[in-house]
Design a protein around this ligand. Structure first.
Ligand code: GDP
Ligand code: GDP
Ligand code: MG
Length: 329
């Protein structure tokens, strides 16, 4: 059974209420991308009935415009051309399912996908958030805190973005609103010292999860590297296998710029996954596929709106379904 049929089956019926809600979240959050990218694809297969070189060129352009990234698109096109040849496909209408299938393959790339946070077996799970200013780090922490608290977990937020004025206060307010505890001091300028206080509290008071907000100033790579090294040293002095995750937060609306941020952050520290925010705000949601392919990091969460509940553990099948549901009939 192809992915297409599987998606049709799994999301149309027999899903729990909670699953259905998630499907709707992707559906809504991907509206802009669907209206842009997918409708262009449909128009293209309507315009060209036969697969020609011109069709391939047009398709390539649509994919690049959706922020799939030039390298990813090249790879995709090669695979598509191969399949067209091997399977003797002549009509573009027969290609729709294959396009969906190949986009999925690009993301999955024969790996076993683990999207869940790597929770500690025992003691606090420490998650470090990095990323440039304005991408949605603080909001994401609040959203994850809300989810963890709903699961009955004891959550501690650590305000180690000591650079930007007001950042510590903003996180403290989120801690209040979500029912999390908070460590941070607006007057403390050394982020490692705030992290020290946070980890100490987390261990002494048996927190389940520690969410650490940082200032991701990429302007000075060497300084950022040193700062994160120091933070990591403090963390691992308390818990040797921590941080359990270092999540890089990327704003989907920044497109290829986000991809280059990811590449740079990877050089600066050991990132374990991506949080892609504001997917609801872009018509170029193809960036999900490009990040995995071009940066080699899995997308662990996607932000699909501004509300507390608008963050989802990334699920490639729901993403693909959200994009192509009008084509999957
Ligand atoms: P930070 O500087 O990285 O901590 O970024 P903030 O968490 O302060 O977020 C910056 C802005 O992005 C805020 O206005 C958020 O409401 C907004 N934002 C964050 N995530 C999302 C999302 O998934 N969708 C939308 N539409 N807005 C978001
Ligand atoms: P070093 O800075 O390279 O000597 O490494 P350390 O492991 O000694 O300390 C790293 C950082 O952790 C320090 O710069 C402080 O920011 C913080 N730190 C260490 N000890 C304490 C402490 O007792 N209290 C607080 N608040 N921070 C500490
Ligand atoms: Mg912030």
């Amino acid at each position: 059974m192809g992915l297409f049929d599987k998606l049709k089956k799994s999301f149309k019926k027999d899903t729990s209420k909670e699953e259905q809600k998630e499907v709707e979240l992707y559906d809504k959050g991907l509206t802009k991308t669907r209206d842009n990218f997918v409708s262009k694809l449909v128009n293209l297969t309507d315009k060209h009935h036969k697969i020609t070189e011109e069709f391939f060129m047009d398709l390539e352009e649509i994919l690049v415009m959706a922020d799939l990234g030039v390298n990813t698109v090249m790879k995709f096109m090669d695979r598509l051309r191969d399949r067209v040849k091997k399977e003797h496909i002549e009509n573009t209408s027969d290609l729709r399912e294959i396009i969906v299938d190949e986009l999925f393959i690009i993301y999955v790339n024969n790996e076993v996908l683990v999207n869940k946070i790597n929770y500690a077996k025992e003691g606090p799970t420490v998650v470090l958030f990095v990323g440039v200013n304005g991408v949605g780090k603080t909001t994401t922490i609040a959203k994850i805190a809300a989810q963890e608290i709903k699961k009955g977990k004891k959550v501690l937020m650590v305000g180690a973005d000591t650079f930007r004025a007001g950042a510590v206060k903003q996180l403290a307010e989120w801690a209040d609103r979500t029912g999390s505890s908070f460590v941070g001091d607006e007057n403390l300028k050394d982020p490692a010292s705030v992290v020290f206080d946070g980890l100490k509290k987390a261990k002494e008071e048996n927190f389940d999860i520690v969410l650490i907000d940082t200032a991701g100033r990429l302007q000075n790579k060497v300084n950022l590297m040193k700062e994160l090294e120091k933070i990591n040293r403090v963390i691992s002095n308390f818990i040797p296998e921590a941080p359990h995750e270092t999540l890089l937060v990327i704003d989907a609306t920044t497109g290829q710029n986000g991809i280059s941020q990811a590449k740079t952050f990877k050089e600066v520290t050991s990132v374990t996954g991506i949080v892609l925010t504001k997917l609801d705000g872009t018509a170029k949601g193809g960036i999900v596929l490009a990040i995995k392919d071009e940066v080699g990091l899995p997308v662990k969460y996607v932000g699909l709106g501004e509300k507390e509940s608008d963050l989802s553990v990334f699920d490639i099948e729901k993403y693909i379904y959200g994009l192509f549901k009008d084509m999957i009939k």
